[in-house]
Design a protein around this ligand. Sequence first.
Ligand code: NDP
Length: 301
Amino acid sequence: MPSASQSVTQSVTVIGLGPMGQAMAAAYLDRGYEVTLWNRTPSRADALVARGATLADSPQQAVIANELVVLSLIDYDAMYGVLEQAKESLAGRVFVNLSSDTPEKAKAGAHWITELGGTHLTGGVLAPPPLIGTPEASTFYSGPRAAYDTHRAALEVITGKSDYRGDDPGLAALMYQLNMVIFWPAMIAYWQAVAVAAAHGITAAEIAPYAAENFAGMGHFIDFYAPRIDANNHAGDVDRTSMGLASMEHVVHTAADAGVDTAFPEAVRDVFRRVVDAGHGADSFSRAVEVMRKGASATTV
Ligand code: NDP
């Protein structure tokens, strides 16, 4: 009899075969798991079936095949769309839902599965498909601790590291969303820089080392500002929002002069402007946290 910390799973079902689900199924095949698949568009399973995976005829057949069912769908609405077809078979199964959605949707989804007798672990993967199956990639999990412990080894096939955040099924989704809040705008900022560079005949490859150095240096700012923000210290001793506003105006005008779209830098500039308009031009731009916490309609903080 295996102990609670050992995985009892050497077979797994993967439902959802976008780039992520395909990479996950491939990682399980690499480790010798028996893999059952289901996807709305069956042809996405072809390469995996050629490697030995089994394509189920229906969501119900896929769910019945294994105790551990990994979901990699576009969102939780898609999960309902798929699992409604297997409703009678959810009991006794552990659903590891790596589909992205809001914490509220994750909580409701976990409740729905639990009511039907299944177990739901929420997950949030912090890696793109090429890093699935590698030791350095990491995934947030939350939900029943016992299910996480039992299946941890199988989960760590997907990403070598797993970060269990607690029982609340919304927590993993929240931690994932916090990362997305940073990731998507940061990458769009980079696309903006590439577009401005391109307008001047400079390639993405030429600015790549500088962009990478810029991103790598962000850790300094996080480490510097986090304790100050938690202590409600927005002193303008190293930066003043009025300086940030002037600087963002330069960013907007540099893009405009190059004929590049200004919507994104204007949105950032407007945050600085709201902080200044609220009377905090002499404070650090970290004061923007307070403006944001009070919502879009706040004019004073
Ligand atoms: P895709 O959008 O490429 O794939 C989504 C999957 O959902 C496909 O299998 C698709 O089926 C299925 N699907 C969509 N709508 C429905 C529906 N109405 N009914 C049934 N199935 C549906 O996403 P990815 O594979 O890239 O990502 C999967 C999840 O992982 C997402 O939640 C994403 O946010 C998250 N994620 C993705 C990362 C990435 O870099 N790609 C990184 C980290 C997390 P079909 O093939 O038939 O269209």
